[in-house]
Ligand binder design. Structure first.
Ligand SMILES: [Ca+2]
Length: 350
């Protein structure tokens, strides 16, 4: 039998395609195996500087006053850059940890939003699987299809909450020094009130993340001293920074004012309601918004707040929000496995 030129060429292309698909599958499998091995070797805590016994607010850092160039130029929501004065304030030197949040829950019997019944009246569109208490969890896919939809790596997991970051069968045992995640704005504000503090405003947070310096030309490079994502997100995570997922707090060098993990690790909630740009500045300094449980059922779409700093999932090829000026909207009643917070305090400086 004599094959035509076109048949031979088609078979060659099909053979080459099969080899490429096989190579890609092997590479994804190898990446997943390497991540698993890496996870087992990662530290469960990192040493933090000893706090002086006479420190006015132990565990907090003084952020001096100045004028902030708020915003950046990479994504639309970061513009326009605005000059914003910021008074001096205190800020937690790390993200609030599981141990710290556990102490609050133990003292107050607080139940987080992810552990409560879902307000179906506020979300009539929800499918049955999302009407159970839970949180949105990152699950690294072993293959990708479609048009790169985030639903391939974000899953709503019933039973996921701050005690069970990945859902039923997972726990925070041995992970007391990790940032608490799967919390909402209401949870974070409840913790802050219990501590006699607030959440930082977006301007306070960004000024602190910049080390209390007004940078004329913000750095857009992927930072070396932060837990972000190295490799091709979301399928290949080389963890060159030492961590596949979340890291314990304080594993990377602090910034110029002594704050750890402002960039990367977990996104951090601010007290500012989200607006799609800096054209209108929001300052909710005087008071926090009312808790969501005070809203009448069916009152309409839930609110959103600004989150800052990016997370261990930020990569150069996707969501390069590992920058002080980056920002993102977060639904007020949705807990997510890459989102935590730290608290602020307005009080006399040292
Ligand atoms: Ca990492």
């Amino acid at each position: 039998m004599q094959l035509s030129f076109f048949t031979v060429r088609t078979r060659l292309w099909l053979g080459l395609l099969a080899v490429l698909v096989l190579a890609l599958a092997c590479w994804l499998w190898w990446s997943a195996q390497r991540s698993e091995r890496h996870l087992r070797q990662e530290p469960l805590a990192c040493a933090l500087p000893v706090v002086a016994s006479d420190a006015p607010h132990p565990g907090m850092v003084w952020v001096p006053a100045g004028t902030l160039a708020l915003g950046d130029t990479v994504y639309t929501e970061e513009s326009p850059v605005r000059q914003v004065p910021v008074a001096g304030f205190w800020l937690d030197r790390t993200e609030v940890t599981n141990d710290e949040f556990a102490a609050f829950v133990k003292a107050s019997a607080y139940l987080t939003v992810a552990e409560r019944a879902v307000d179906v009246a506020a979300h009539p569109e929800l499918p049955p699987a999302m009407r159970l208490p839970g949180a949105v969890v990152f699950v690294s896919p072993t293959s990708l299809s479609g048009q790169g939809s985030p639903t391939q790596w974000w899953r709503y997991v019933a039973g996921a909450d701050w005690r069970h970051p990945g859902g039923p069968g997972t726990s925070i045992s041995g992970r007391g020094a990790f940032p608490v995640v799967n919390v909402t704005i209401e949870d974070a504000q409840a913790y802050a009130r219990w501590k006699g503090r607030t959440l930082p405003s977006e301007a306070q947070w960004e000024w602190a993340a910049r080390g209390a310096k007004n940078q004329a030309l913000p750095d857009h490079e992927q930072p070396a001293q932060a837990n972000t994502w190295q490799g091709l997100f979301p399928v290949a995570n080389s963890a060159d920074d030492g961590f596949v997922g979340l890291a314990p707090v304080g594993c990377f060098a602090p910034n110029a004012v002594g704050l750890f993990d402002m960039i990367g690790n977990a996104w951090e909630l601010t007290r500012d309601a989200y607006t799609p740009s800096h054209a209108v500045l929001v300052d909710q300094t005087p008071s926090d918004p009312p808790p969501s449980s005070a809203r009448p059922a069916g009152a309409g779409p839930v609110g959103q707040h600004v989150i800052k700093g990016g997370s261990f999932l930020c990569a150069p090829n996707y969501c390069m929000r590992y920058r002080a000026g980056a920002r993102q909207a977060q639904d007020d009643d949705l807990a997510v496995s890459h989102l935590g917070f730290r608290t602020a305090l307005v009080a006399p400086g040292p």
